[in-house]
Design a protein around this ligand. Structure first.
Ligand SMILES: [Zn+2]
Ligand SMILES: [Zn+2]
Length: 344
């Protein structure tokens, strides 16, 4: 009898924390040697530009989306020299395409293969991140988010699409060249589930959206508002998790980011850029993460939810209390943070 070849181990695993209900990605395919976990200082930009993989885009094997000055172009073999925004698969993916989830148990533990998609959205200029780009260039990034979201949401094992941007080594950016990431995954984090449950409860009890209520209150009150335009509002949330946290809401009730309209995208570009410019100016280019919070694409109705972007500057430190009690300590009142940012 021929020996059965053992099934190759999928390079990424999703492990379930039975107690907290968190999903954890164990991505050994990212192959970091233990010594590379050492704290790295901020790279010298000029030095990093010479070896930057995103400045040598012609060496990329595959692209999934290319823009040239606001126009989407059909994918060809050659990457055009004048590309402005490009989307490529992540070279060190945390999740990767697979045929099945291979859900299984190991004693009391549950796990599955880390099936999904992990891509990188890269803008052209090595030195300029979102605060320094032209408004149309920021819109291109939002266009790329939406375009890839729409593509991923119909994939078989995708139930949540996470879009995020890390700026600075302290915020987890391992490549200095400005870029965002998109991860399409089969599971929804309990933190997102929690938010969905709270907004559904509020909706069922009051027949209103909780987020719309907070927005209305904050706009009238004004103290926590950072910037607003026709369609969007940036504010420092009442219960900010971190000092100078900024949240960007669409002003009308919208549950699904992927349905954002053309004119709203321009408006969002302005508010996102203004918020990040204010952080940059007011706090001296701090490291930050921003990410999208939107309804899962799991086929269920989430019309009670209100999507938004969250910006978290990495200026504080998470220490024992934050990890132990799960409660964040923010060292400035959001009202004072917003007042300061409005002046920038
Ligand atoms: Zn670069
Ligand atoms: Zn709402």
């Amino acid at each position: 009898m021929a020996e059965k070849k053992p099934k190759a181990k999928f390079p990424s695993e999703l492990r379930f924390n039975l107690v907290s209900k968190d999903w954890i990605v164990i991505a050994t395919g990212r192959a970091r040697r233990p010594e590379t976990f050492k704290e790295e200082g901020r790279e010298d930009t000029e030095k990093s530009q010479k070896t930057c993989p995103f400045c040598q885009m012609e060496t990329q094997e595959k692209t999934t989306l290319i823009f040239v000055k606001g126009k989407k172009i059909t994918l060809e073999k050659e990457i055009p020299k004048d590309w402005t925004t490009i989307v490529i698969p992540n070279k060190f993916p945390a999740v990767l395409p697979g045929e099945s989830l291979n859900e299984r148990a190991e004693g009391p533990y549950q796990l599955m293969d880390g099936v999904g998609f992990h891509e990188v959205v890269v803008t052209r200029n090595h030195q300029k991140d979102i605060p320094q780009l032209k408004r149309e260039e920021v819109k291109e990034v939002i266009d790329a988010y939406q375009e890839r979201y729409l593509e991923f949401m119909n994939e078989k094992f995708v139930n949540y699409v996470s879009i995020f941007h890390n700026h600075g080594a302290r915020a987890g950016a391992s490549i200095a060249h400005p870029h965002s990431q998109i991860m399409a995954i089969p599971v929804t984090d309990p933190d997102i589930e929690n938010s969905l449950v709270s907004s559904r409860r509020y909706w069922d009890t009051h027949q209103k959206c909780l987020h719309c209520e907070m927005l209305r209150w904050d706009r009238e009150d004004g103290r926590r508002v950072v910037f607003e335009n026709e369609h969007f509002l940036a504010l420092c949330p009442f219960a900010s998790r971190m000092a100078f946290q900024i949240r960007i809401y669409p002003k009308t009730h919208l549950s699904y980011f992927e349905r954002i309209a053309e004119k709203q995208k321009l408006s969002l570009s302005e508010v996102l850029q203004k918020a990040l410019q204010k952080l940059r100016k007011g706090l001296g280019d701090p490291a930050y993460n921003f990410y999208l919070r939107t309804s899962p694409c799991d086929g269920k109705d989430h019309s009670h939810y209100h999507w938004h972007f969250e910006i978290l500057p990495r200026i504080g430190i998470q220490a024992g209390f934050e990890f132990g009690a799960g409660i964040e300590i923010s060292t400035i009142e959001p009202e004072r943070a917003a007042e300061y940012l409005r002046k920038q």
